[in-house]
Design a protein around this ligand. Structure first.
Ligand code: GDP
Ligand code: MG
Length: 695
């Protein structure tokens, strides 16, 4: 049996950095059942014991000497989501407390940002109530030291009743000691020495209720004191979990009312007040801050510019523009070229090999036109994803992302989102795939799902060639205007859709904003590298699985006719047949030619395919397409309706597979795709029908 530790702490407290230090590279990512939050698990690395082994082996007597060193028990650490409290308001907080209550880890490692200790201890007090052996890792001690600030660690331990180990996760200081303390606490079952930090009316109320519900709490496997304090806060999931009778609920209601009357505040404020009073007193006794810290002073100075009332948005747009230019232009393009060169070379070898071997032409086409072309074009996304996530993790780790969220929060709250959704949506204008993958940084499940549903309305850059060809063919005079109109229409439909979601499927509030901003910090290269690698691995896996299957299906539809003969004329293929079959469905939108519908179906695998399919089916190439295109459309209005549909309909298969990965549900992903098609259909219908009336 190995020991299991839960790693809990606020966002930006250094949790990821510590997790990486604790586990080295032995980590495994799973997910919490029911929610799309990553569950990262890792084996805690050998600490001192490991050094002994290495030392002994060089003596040449490994067997003999090893016997008297106890084999280090493998210990697991589970990285929990970054949270500020254990209330039931966000799915992350629920995930965290359910994990601890249901899985009963052997110990909790609570990471606390020493430079922001008051806010961080708020979670600590609640974790202590869970009555599980616990160690506080007091992080960022390097910064404290550099500023001449000190913490009386012994006093802090005494008052909190749990071990406190000062560390610097970034500099890997104190981590060995932390591991030792954690192992010892878990092995000896050192429970926190005190649980209640309350006085007066709150004390009477919590203890009275704790006694009353003790049997229910034990039956439900919840520490009575924790259960009682949650009941005092009015926590509905806890009421259900404890299966209280109406009578008991009544009694609880009365004693809470009694407390509220006595204190003159409501129940939640009373508990928050009690915790903060304790924390303030504790910090006054143990923490000596040497004036304002350098980091804080620096952060305030930087913020004078970066979050200035007027400069904030232009600066932010400037930074994003630079990132976009670097990602989609300079670096991305360079890496893309390099990658496609590599793919071309390998494809060439395989092609030559198959030809030399005299393989059946259908199999040859399957390998080259299907598998290699499909996976090759999907791998073309990889440079974008890698560079974009490199920059994103810099923004996140440096603390800038929190500022962006802060500036955008008010605006996005109007459509039911929090400021954190802004960056993923902005990335959506470049490419939906990394945008959807980036929603994982959002701290609530509701916000994450809603953002994912809205990303496709930000017209991605792969749709640009379609717009370019169509404006050249139909709106040569007003190209820029039409282009602008499309982007604005995407955003407008997105806003309407968000308002609809906010009032139906995703009722409730986006995560409340935490006003305190973290100090700016230099990002740690290890965290950045690990995140980029994580995302790249994620995408490569999908390129070779789900995306691979879809591209093979599209290849099959393009290459064969209904009698499974290989087609020579592309208009005889199964894909064209499917297009013909579906044409009546699109007639009300003004799409009367089957070739338009076929192009849209092909666009499902990648948006660039719309243009190339139209070219193939009209016997043109991409350069002459603007000339041949008007023959397909009955009017300019029909062309605009077609553009509306392409703007809004389902993004490519890579994006859908990203939705599937993030929502952890294939059904949800198919649902999202169908929903997008339905919205596109309705909007194109409106454009065509209303337009026909006016024109
Ligand atoms: P998380 O949000 O809790 O996962 O926090 P991260 O691990 O991403 O860390 C947030 C920021 O704090 C990053 O820029 C880290 O490099 C930095 N950081 C983490 N631990 C330390 C530390 O001990 N000292 C200093 N100076 N910076 C740290
Ligand atoms: Mg993190």
């Amino acid at each position: 049996m190995s020991l299991v530790f839960a790693l809990a702490g606020n966002q930006n407290s250094g949790k990821t950095t510590l997790f990486n230090q604790l586990t080295g590279s032995n980590q495994h990512v799973g997910n919490f059942p029911g929610v799309t939050v990553d569950k990262k698990e890792g084996v805690i690395r050998d600490h001192h014991a490991g050094e002994h082994h290495r030392g002994l082996r060089s003596w040449g007597h490994p067997r003999h000497k090893r016997a008297d060193i106890p084999a280090p028990a493998p210990a697991l650490v589970v990285d929990l989501p970054g949270i500020y409290s254990l209330s039931p308001y966000t799915s992350e907080e629920i995930v965290t407390r359910d994990f601890i209550l249901n899985e009963k880890p052997d110990g909790i490692i609570n990471i606390v940002d020493a430079t922001n200790i008051e806010r961080n201890l708020y979670l600590t007090l609640q974790l202590i109530e869970l009555n599980i052996p616990m160690v506080v890792a007091l992080n960022m001690m390097d910064e404290m030291r550099a500023n001449g600030s000190t913490v009386d660690v012994n006093r802090l331990e005494e008052e909190l009743g749990v071990a406190v180990v000062p560390i610097s996760a970034a500099k890997n200081e104190g981590v060995d000691e932390l591991i030792e303390h954690a192992l010892r606490a878990a092995e000896h079952k050192d429970y926190p020495k005190r649980q209640d930090f309350c006085t007066g009316a709150v004390h009477r109320c919590i203890h009275g209720i704790a006694h009353m519900i003790e049997d229910h709490a034990q039956a439900a496997g919840v520490p009575p004191y924790f259960a009682a304090s949650k009941l005092v806060e009015g926590d509905a999931p806890m009421q259900r979990r404890l299966k209280l009778t109406d009578n008991e609920l009544d009694l609880i209601g009365h004693s809470v009312k009694e407390m509220e009357d006595e204190l003159g505040t409501d129940r939640e404020a009373a508990l928050a007040d009690m915790r903060y009073t304790f924390i303030e007193k504790l910090c006054a006794e143990t923490v000596v801050k040497n004036g304002e810290s350098r980091e804080h002073a620096r952060s305030v100075a930087i913020d004078k510019v970066l979050t200035d009332k007027y400069a904030a948005i232009p600066v932010f747009l400037g930074i994003m523009l630079l990132i976009f230019w670097l990602t989609f232009g300079l670096i991305g393009a360079y890496l893309s070229d390099l990658l496609s060169l590599g793919i071309d070379i390998v494809t060439g070898w395989v092609d030559a090999g198959l030809t030399a071997w005299g393989v059946n032409p259908v199999v040859h086409s399957l390998v080259i036109d299907g598998a290699f072309a499909g996976v090759g074009s999907m791998l073309g996304f990889l440079p974008t994803i890698v560079t974009l996530f490199f920059f994103l993790s810099l923004l996140e780790d440096s603390g800038y992302m929190a500022r962006v969220a802060f500036v955008m929060d008010k605006l996005l709250r109007k459509i039911g989102l929090s400021g954190r959704s802004f960056v993923p949506m902005l990335i959506g204008f470049g490419c939906s795939v990394p945008a959807i993958m980036a929603t994982r940084t959002l701290s609530s499940d509701r916000d994450r799902k809603m953002t994912m549903l809205l990303v496709p309305f930000c017209s991605c850059s792969a749709k640009l060639p379609i717009y370019a060809v169509f404006t050249a063919a139909f709106f040569p005079q007003h190209g820029a205007l039409v282009m602008m109109g499309l982007y604005v229409m995407g955003i407008a439909v997105g806003i309407v859709w968000a308002l609809l979601l906010k009032n139906t499927m995703y009722k409730g509030n986006p995560v409340p904003f935490v006003m305190e901003l973290p100090n700016y910090r230099i990002p740690s290269p290890k965290s950045v590298a690990l995140l980029v690698w994580d995302k790249a691995k994620d995408f490569i896996t999908r390129a070779f699985t789900i995306i691979f299957v879809v591209t093979i299906i599209v290849w099959f539809l393009q290459s064969f006719d209904t009698r499974l003969n290989v087609v020579t004329d592309s208009s005889a293929s199964l894909l064209a047949g499917l297009g013909r079959l579906l044409t009546p469905l699109f007639a009300p939108l003004g799409f009367t030619d089957w070739r338009m519908v076929t192009a849209l179906i092909a666009g499902f695998s990648a948006k660039e395919m719309v243009v190339s399919t139209l070219a193939v089916l009209t016997g043109a190439n991409t350069a002459t397409l603007p000339v041949t295109l008007p023959a397909l459309f009955s009017s300019t209005l029909a062309a605009f309706s077609f553009l509306t549909f392409t703007l809004l309909y389902t993004p490519c298969v890579a994006a859908i597979s990203a939705v599937k990965a993030e929502m952890r549900s294939g059904r949800a992903a198919v649902g999202v795709a169908l929903m997008q098609c339905a919205i596109a259909w309705v909007c194109a219908l409106a454009v065509y029908q209303v337009g026909s009336l006016i024109l």
